[in-house]
Design a protein around this ligand. Structure first.
Ligand code: F3S
Length: 64
């Protein structure tokens, strides 16, 4: 699967990074970096939790 990052919705809560620092990268101000993220199959559960943890709905799972 991959994750679509809606960069304009990110408010820098950093919960995604706290849950999965190997998957989500933040810039110097604590905002998630833009660009789709490919997630390895073994990391999908962790990534899904991190996506749900974002209070701004800035992250979206795309399973296509
Ligand atoms: Fe941004 Fe949400 Fe992560 S607001 S830093 S995408 S928890």
């Amino acid at each position: 699967m991959h994750i679509v990052v809606h960069k304009t919705k990110c408010q820098g809560h950093a919960r995604c990074w706290a849950q999965a620092p190997n998957i989500f990268k933040l810039d110097d101000e604590g905002y998630v970096l833009p660009g789709d993220i490919n997630v390895a199959q073994e990391d999908e559960l962790l990534a899904s939790r991190a996506v749900r943890s974002c209070p701004e709905s800035a992250l979206e799972i795309d399973r296509t």
